[in-house]
Ligand binder design. Sequence first.
Ligand code: COA
Length: 388
Amino acid sequence: MRDVAVIGIGCTKFGEKWESSFRDIFVEAGTLALEDAQLSGEKIDAMYVGNMSAGRFIGQEHIGALIADYAGMATRHIPATRVEAACASGGLAFRQAVIAVASGMEDIVVAAGVEKMTDVGSDESTDTLTGAADREWEGFMGATFPGLYAMIANDYIHKYGMTREQLAQVAVKNHYNGARNPIAQFPNEITLDTVIKSTMVAEPLRLFDCSPVTDGAAAVIVAPLERAREFTDTPIKVLASTQASDTIALHDRRDISTLDATVAAGQRAFKMAHLSHKDINMVEVHDCFSIAEICAIEDLGFCKKGTAGKFTADGETALGGKIPVNTSGGLKACGHPVGATGIKQVCEIVQQLRGTAGKRQVDGAKIGMTHNVGGTGATVAVHILGRV
Ligand code: COA
């Protein structure tokens, strides 16, 4: 297996992008990544595109071919493959690109993610997202994603006694970081009061405990590490790439407030990279709801089970804390265009490792991690990236 490096990144601004089409936003992110790698499109050997549900959101399937066409690569006939694993589609697209390069099958590969969610109304987007859960046992019974994560939150609060303020601090911290990220959907800081007094969505989760519905695209370019310096002075090495699965329905889990797929993917990643959680300088975790960040940082081993509420309230996950979490603003404040999120997480860690994250820079960042979840944890992808 060859070592793999990220040589270019590009990300659109996240938000409601009514002025641009699905293909426009993909091309924008891809062009930014090519420019970043100082690369012409003719050098690309293959593409993997994370997308959850263009069929439902914009009525378009066959995304691999569409993207290759609008990226100007159709006449070169390169392989272009759509990857789908609900909200983990981007993380898995990145992993497929890494595997293709590591295996020696391809050299210069684009891993991208794109989703355009705001062309449909709230009812339709909620129903489409429910397709990431078990339609027969959860969706048809009326469960929505906020509802399923509310069950996780209630179970967690019942077992560990986390306070409303501790949970709300996840959102306050992520909005603080998002306010320092130019691509974030919500560029505003908020207070504990904003979260606690916001509209109830699914008890105990309120509006500001939820990630929003978002349009956006992100792209990264990977290459063999031995060739990376042809394109960039700051290649970022992929130290681990892992994936794990679990039961699709929440009620079949051993423990609904522990994501065993996160535990498995995290442990495998640390083993693959010969590292431990103490070596990680910052982590982008999948905070689709505030409770998801609480579970993620425990399940990845950054703090003990049942302590993440206090850990967060004590500022340990903030910029300057023991382990800064979601410096991008996370899904909560940066936004969550589902198929693009896993790639945006990689873009954020690469910026941190290059030292170009501006006002949200983690001093001396050398190693970072991404954690991308599909559904309520039926698919998880974890990556560890490091400065060369
Ligand atoms: N956080 C903060 N503000 C939000 C928000 C969020 N998550 N979602 C919407 N808003 C804001 C909007 O910007 C808008 O503000 P404005 O009136 O100042 O323009 C206002 O709230 C109403 O927006 P609207 O789109 O009508 O909200 P909604 O009630 O239709 O949707 C949620 C709110 C929480 C239901 C929706 O964002 C949602 O479904 N989120 C979860 C998405 C999800 O499940 N993703 C997959 C996870 S695995």
